[in-house]
Design a protein around this ligand. Sequence first.
Ligand code: MN3
Length: 233
Amino acid sequence: MKKIIFISAIILAIFSSKYTSAQQVSGPFTLVPLTYEYNALEPYIDALTMEIHHSRHLAAYVNNLNNAIKGTEAAKMTLEEIMANTAKFDIKVRNNGGGVYNHNLFFAILSPKGGGEPSGDLATAINSAFGSFENMKTQLNAAAANRFGSGWAWLYVAKDGKLAICSTPNQDNPLMDISEDKGIPVLGIDVWEHAYYLKYQNKRGDYLAAIWNVIDWNEVAKRYADAKNADPK
Ligand code: MN3
């Protein structure tokens, strides 16, 4: 009897691991691993949300993008080149390509060592564009809170070289040719419910208040410097 229970437990373990483990992905795009543990952003973003968000949601965008670009011109493009040409391709390329680009940025600008305020050139640019760091936060939170349904709020370098704030629906972003507001994103906040619902339920505002504790300003500053050095198109 004990043996049967033991064997059943093993079979169950094999089955459940099959359902809970990350989905397999095969190129050209791959699932970028996190540089921190799933529980590293607690208590601001909970471990289960991070695990599902990364190992299932992002993994699905990667898989779906790889499938959508198979045999097309996009299969030889970088993610940034795909963003600049979404109008040419199937809607699945826009949705899943945006999903991969946006989440790679989002997970990279979060850190357990985050929080505080930016310094240097980024701080100067924020003060010049918004008056103060607090004003920038207020405006970005408002863009995130007012996004109806699923989407993103962005701090980005606009075509005039200045920092600006916008919000996009679904998995769109300012790099896309179809975006109303165009530029290079340096900070993105995911306001899809999957980003916060397990911990914050319908209280998107509480998630938006908490996320500033885990924003990695060194990484945002690096992206700001790269964006300023990029060729204006
Ligand atoms: Mn998401």
